[in-house]
Design a protein around this ligand. Structure first.
Ligand code: SAM
Ligand code: SF4
Length: 457
């Protein structure tokens, strides 16, 4: 979501005539879009500010610096007390004001801060600067009302607001018209979506409407909440060919005691029975999840429950995190961070080792099968080497010509690599973009995307 906000910020500035600079040293304006979901992410802002100061060196040229995003929303004026070189602070809900705030800061020669919550979640059409020629991210919900005990999001992104379906379908249309074949719908709880401008359109209905847009061949979304996975949604995943057979379903813990303390409002039994229902309806579905280790009060026995749930759910991939206390949150204010750093490290390592084994076993089962791969990048090292993803979101490397980029290729899986698969074409590459659109020459090289295995910070 932050990455997509950066695409929006870049688009807003380009619409005002700004041009992307090659480096900090040559830039007149630097915008730092921040994340505060974990402490480590927040620290990156201060590292980045130091780098910008250094890039200016002895020269008298200093860029205008704008801090945007969740840290800006959370800290507001307090950021200025750090004596960092900041000219504009713009919160998550006032992104659209960035160009005006920069103008004001320059005209008035003083820092401008806007962290006011706005209700308006529409976004001007045509402004987003899509940085990927194949997939386009489209926000459908802003904010969150769940208030999980560990999570800063409701405080930094505000309460839940749904974007009108007409607004977001227009953005999908435009993405398709510019050659994008994959849409990724974004929101903190995407499956809670209910169109404010059409009572008949829930999240399953939205998937139907997006898949009806000519040129859209794949749809992904992040993140659904286990509590709101309805039969209608399972049916949409099963029945709509464009909807990828992959579900990122954050569980956070396998211990009911921890889930209650985290205020997740689902139990391990609810979750595992949902996994069963999903697998019964869509046998090929690949699941992934988010897990926090070392939440306050987590014992060895709680952690064992998490390992046990991971064995049963058989995730294809996982994002795992050590708990870090966040400002304003219930856990941050009321619960002592009582699992030692060494214990958090031990648990995350054990969890990741288990997940690696599970992923390897699932990858080995794929050898010999034929998967449809949407080719999305070129290897940085070898010009004939391409990479793409299966519907289940596994990364597949294969040899092939560069003009397969953006095409769907049937690939026979031949080999398992750490975090990815290897294969070779088993049939012709199919172009499913809208006719007349050409995206040649606009493709990224492999390596910029997360490879889909274990991830931790
Ligand atoms: N909305 C999604 C959901 O309900 O699961 C998650 C969004 S959150 C921005 C992304 C992930 O960051 C969470 O699923 C959780 O695993 C992790 N996370 C959030 N707060 C955290 C904290 N205080 N410490 C460690 N990990 C955290
Ligand atoms: Fe945070 Fe997700 Fe819980 Fe909302 S549902 S509070 S975004 S973890």
């Amino acid at each position: 979501m932050n990455f997509h906000d950066s695409e929006r910020l870049a688009g807003l500035l380009e619409a005002e005539g700004y041009i992307r600079a090659d480096s900090d040293a040559s830039a007149d304006l630097v915008v730092i879009n921040t994340c505060s979901v974990r402490e480590k992410a927040e620290e990156k802002l201060y590292t980045r500010l130091g780098e910008i100061r250094q890039a200016g060196g002895d020269s008298r040229r200093t860029p205008v610096v704008a801090v945007a995003g969740c840290v800006a929303q959370q800290e507001g004026d307090r950021l200025l007390r750090r004596q960092a070189p900041i000219d504009v602070v713009v919160g998550t809900q006032s992104l659209k004001r960035l160009p005006a705030l920069v103008d004001e800061a320059l005209a008035l020669q003083r820092t401008r801060v806007d962290v006011n919550p706005y209700e308006d979640v529409s976004f001007p059409l045509g402004v987003v600067r899509h940085s990927d020629p194949i997939r386009a991210w489209v926000t459908i919900i802003e904010g969150c009302n769940e208030f999980c005990a560990f999570c800063v999001v409701p405080y930094t992104r505000g309460h839940e607001r749904m974007r009108p379906v007409c607004d977001l379908l227009a953005e999908v249309e435009q993405a398709a018209a510019t050659g994008h074949v994959e849409i990724q719908l974004l929101g903190q709880i995407v499956n809670h979506y209910q169109a404010p401008d059409d009572p008949s359109c829930d999240f399953a209905g939205l998937l139907e409407r997006v898949s009806a847009v000519p040129g859209i061949a794949r749809i992904r979304f992040a993140s659904p909440h286990p509590r709101h996975v309805t039969d209608r949604l399972i049916g949409a995943i099963r029945d709509l060919p464009a909807v990828c057979k992959h579900l990122h379903l954050p569980v956070q813990s396998g211990s009911n005691r921890m889930l209650a303390a985290m205020r997740r409002r689902h139990t391990r039994e609810d979750y595992l029975s949902l996994v069963e229902r999903l697998r019964a309806a869509v046998p090929s579905i690949a699941l992934s999840t988010d897990i926090i280790v070392g939440f306050p009060g987590e014992t060895d026995a709680d952690f064992e429950h998490t390992l046990d749930l991971v064995r049963r759910a058989e995730y294809q991939s996982m994002y795992s995190f050590k708990y870090s206390p966040r400002p304003n949150t219930l856990a941050g204010k009321r619960l002592p961070d009582d699992v030692t750093e060494a214990e958090k490290t031990r648990r995350i390592q054990a969890l990741q080792a288990l997940q690696r084994d599970i992923q390897m076993a699932s990858f080995r089962r794929a050898v010999g099968t034929v998967e449809t791969v949407l080719v999305d990048s070129l290897s940085r090292r070898r010009s004939w080497e391409l990479a793409g993803r299966t519907s289940g979101n596994a990364v597949v490397n294969l040899p092939g010509p560069a003009d397969w980029l953006g095409r769907f290729v049937p690939v026979r899986i031949t080999e398992v690599m750490p975090n990815s698969l290897r294969g070779e074409a088993a049939g012709p590459a199919v172009d499913r973009r809208r006719p007349d659109d050409t995206v040649a020459g606009k493709f990224p090289t492999a390596g910029h995307a997360h490879a889909g295995g274990c991830h931790a910070d």
